[in-house]
Design a binder for this molecule. Sequence first.
Ligand SMILES: Nc1nc2c(ncn2[C@@H]2O[C@H](COP(=O)(O)OP(=O)(O)OP(=O)(O)O)[C@@H](O)[C@H]2O)c(=O)[nH]1
Ligand SMILES: [Mg+2]
Length: 340
Amino acid sequence: MAEEQKGFFRGLMGKLVGGDAQPQETVIPPASEPEVRPGFFERLKKGLSRTQENLIGRIDTLLLGKKQIDADTLEELEEILLTADIGVATSVELIRALEQRLKRNELQDGEALKRALREDILARLEKYAAPLDINTSTPFVIVVIGVNGVGKTTTIGKLANRYAMSGKRVLLAAADTFRAAAAEQLEIWGERAGVDVIRHQEGADPSAVVFDACKAALARQCDLLIIDTAGRLHTKVNLMEEMKKIRRVVGREIPGAPHETLLVLDAATGQNAISQAKLFKEAAEVSGVALTKLDGSAKGGIVVAVSNEFQLPVRYIGVGEGVDDLRDFDPQQFVAALFQ
Ligand SMILES: Nc1nc2c(ncn2[C@@H]2O[C@H](COP(=O)(O)OP(=O)(O)OP(=O)(O)O)[C@@H](O)[C@H]2O)c(=O)[nH]1
Ligand SMILES: [Mg+2]
């Protein structure tokens, strides 16, 4: 996407997440044209290019001209991992593993070190990775949560489109009743995907929206119900209580639901995303994560940190604003794109 367009959407986001009182204009990015766009792996690589530079680029510089790998090299590597948002706990863990390899004389040169690091990162990502299977229940209910502006509604729009295209009967619920333009934004995505949206007036009780949406999903024999929630309320405590209430209502109307509580995190926010994961995991029984805005972020290491520190599966990654810029998270592909 052109730089000026990005600026435009960022400005737009500012408007959408800004003051709540004024009526807000709702615009979403135009539909992308898959046939003229490069393949997903190419886009993933492009999207991860800043992280690649920040992490692998700096490792390459560190290793340049190094005759042998020693404890000092690993110490410097630890610095790099830390600043690439892999997180303290995971960085320490990775370095410990490399120290063991060093003791066993497995790190002969820089290439061996990079190979080992790649293996160790992949092993950690694979340990928790699990694509979301929505065929395990009907309707399958996803509650999407996360702070304002991280990309919840966009992610829902992309998911709705994807599952509707694959023949699923999808319903959306606009349970973000706090912000003026929230339901309209979801409706635009719904229209684009050919999917209905259950909504109430602004300021309505989110649980009432959820109640209606559950009833409708059952009556219409939907395969998938996705619930959009507010990213911001008057206080953080309110927000967490609201999430719990929504989950309770869903569970009462559809036994076993929600089947997924999907936490959306903005990869560009680095350590903030970690704090949010901690907060939401404690309060809302998060079962999976979608990491958005990996494109253009140098902080893609956050994927490793979130998965490893919170033992949470990263279900989806977002690498752009377009409708087809969301994919299942594939650790092999991710690591390949990063280390290439
Ligand atoms: N570059 C990029 N932008 C994204 C991605 N996902 C979402 N966005 C943009 O992020 C901005 C905010 O997205 P929303 O979906 O409105 O975020 P939200 O979490 O619903 O925000 P609230 O409703 O205010 O809580 C929009 O401009 C999106 O286009 C992504 O993967 N890459
Ligand atoms: Mg939203």
